[in-house]
Ligand binder design. Sequence first.
Ligand SMILES: NC(=O)C1=CN([C@@H]2O[C@H](COP(=O)(O)OP(=O)(O)OC[C@H]3O[C@@H](n4cnc5c(N)ncnc54)[C@H](O)[C@@H]3O)[C@@H](O)[C@H]2O)[C@@H](O)CC1
Ligand SMILES: [K+]
Length: 479
Amino acid sequence: MRTAYRVETVRRAERELMARVPEGALMQRAAAGLAAACADLLGRVYGRRVVLLVGSGDNGGDALYAGARLARRGAGVTAVLLAPERTHAGGLAALRRAGGHTVAPAGAEAVVRRADLVLDGIVGIGGKGGLRPDAASLAAIVAEARAAVVAVDLPSGVDADTGEVHGSAIRADLTVTFGTHKPGLLVDPAREYAGSVRLVDIGLGGELPAEPELAALQHADVAALLPVPGGESDKYRRGVVGIAAGSARYPGAAVLAVAGALRGGAGAVRYVGPAGDAVVARFPETLVSDQGPRQAGRVQAWVVGPGAGEDAQTVAEVLAAEVPVLIDADGLRLADADAVRGRTAPTLMTPHAGEAAALLGVAREEVEGARLRSARELAARYRATVLLKGSTTLVADAGGAGVVRVNATGTAWLATAGSGDVLSGLAGSLLAAGLSALDAGSVGAYLHGLAGRFAADGAPVGAHDVAAAVAGAWRDVRR
Ligand SMILES: NC(=O)C1=CN([C@@H]2O[C@H](COP(=O)(O)OP(=O)(O)OC[C@H]3O[C@@H](n4cnc5c(N)ncnc54)[C@H](O)[C@@H]3O)[C@@H](O)[C@H]2O)[C@@H](O)CC1
Ligand SMILES: [K+]
């Protein structure tokens, strides 16, 4: 499990640790890891031109000490001091001893233009609000440079706790972060500014609490959660998932949701709705019913909404069932909010940003800019688990408090028609197999993202290709 903690928690853990180690030790650990990452990126250090952007806090201190290490290995290092009188004194002295130089911000453009590497030490977890004007001007200069950019702890200008970006921020190729990931490194839009992320161990692990702000499942976590049949299993014990989807206008959504459900681990897939012929033609193993959900026979979980058009009656019937329900697409618009809140069995809602915005009564951009807050808010309002789709998918458990799962296995190629229908079937099938809504959502997103990568492999894919690749994702995870 990869975890991320809020700044307040990181500060507390750092205080505990600092009380037990020699003064300055943590910063030296951070700087050593940072310098090593820079050396890896550069390949050869000797003779390279390195520019440090140095703010007034300890983030600048990290950059200065790392710069000193690179200077000792033969790099030409120049520090741009944003606030010369408040620069980290020890770091500055170390850089000077190692032969490094300093310039005022007015000289930044000339040195950055010739640099091979820029280290962004403007601001780290002490940052408040968007970058101040002098720092924003540096970010603009860096954006035009050909140099590789390494962010120290965080790209300056992004919000560490929320992943929000207000105004300009540094765009890094690599972020070297210390002690633990911060939520902003895992959630868009900030995640995009971070580039790839490398975590440097400074010994903080033992001081961090059990419950992080964010958790990202890894292969081993997913493997442990996958419903794998045993000797006693039969199709009913493995769970039956009901798919109430599709309409005369959108029969394909039903086919794709069933395609996902067949790959999710339930023992059988039951379909109700007007697209039964299309579903059976493609997947003869589906149990098709021409009755509504209430009469369709037992299921252990329902999926409702993909391609549902205006069929509010079916949505209402599914919501009245006392089994877990996944609501997607049109179902999100048609579902009665009180009916969702009043349910006793788990509910998993799977909106994309536009659907989430409609449910929250805000603009889509607002959700995209504040994904973590939006997911928690929806989960609180509906008392439902919410899977907010996007380049980084978030799953907030019912009520909105607690650890939010973040999934980054996806690929931009998954932004294709019908891809969401496959995910709803897949996650619904995991629900029917007995996973909690939080696990079904996050495992579903993980497999779906991985399947998207495998199916695409650098080229456009259709949603049916993604569904077909889910089996390969299972095997990869279980290997
Ligand atoms: N506390 C610790 O134990 C460790 C901290 N480390 C480093 O220390 C950093 C935190 O240091 P600080 O607490 O000094 O804080 P920062 O260095 O992150 O930032 C604080 C400084 O930035 C300025 N600032 C705040 N918001 C700004 C904005 N929007 N635009 C421009 N300037 C802004 C403030 O005036 C303040 O002087 C971490 O991110 C990490 O890089 C590491 O050395 C590891 C150990
Ligand atoms: K930084």
